[in-house]
Design a protein around this ligand. Structure first.
Ligand SMILES: [Zn+2]
Ligand SMILES: [Zn+2]
Length: 134
């Protein structure tokens, strides 16, 4: 799978080539900030095939929670591009909304339903987890 994407203003662009490790949606409270309120839709791609082709994102990780993810985002327009989780080394959790073609996404799991809001939608028939899988 080859994916191209970038931020809203175009300052940051990326390319990734590899097999998607998973596709899912995360309902955690932290992701609600990044998404605007709904779950984050993410595709996990191997870091080995990933590169930024234009610009450099800003990075942020909370220091007040355990195992905080590092979030990469455009410093100009603020678009949340992807996250790197200490629990998933070598994986980039790319936000589907930044892809040139978001229609490639098909969620295969829903995680952190512990923080799910009543207005969130979970597709029928996919595995769900109170927190992370496993
Ligand atoms: Zn931007
Ligand atoms: Zn999350």
């Amino acid at each position: 799978m080859q994916l191209e994407g970038g931020c809203y203003c175009g300052d940051v662009r990326f390319h990734v080539d590899g097999d998607a490790l998973f596709q899912g949606q995360c309902h955690c409270r932290e992701c609600q900030y990044a998404s605007g309120g709904h779950p984050n839709a993410v595709i996990g791609m191997p870091d080995a095939g990933f590169s930024y082709t234009r610009g450099t994102p800003k990075r942020f990780a909370r220091s007040d929670i355990d195992n905080a993810v590092t979030r990469e985002f455009c410093g100009e327009c603020g678009t949340q591009l992807m996250a790197l989780s200490p629990g998933l080394p070598g994986v980039r959790l790319i936000k589907v909304g930044t892809l040139d073609d978001p229609s490639v996404f098909s969620p295969q799991m829903a995680i952190f339903l512990v923080d799910k809001q009543t207005f969130h939608h979970v597709p029928e028939g996919i595995p769900t987890f109170e927190r992370g899988p496993g």
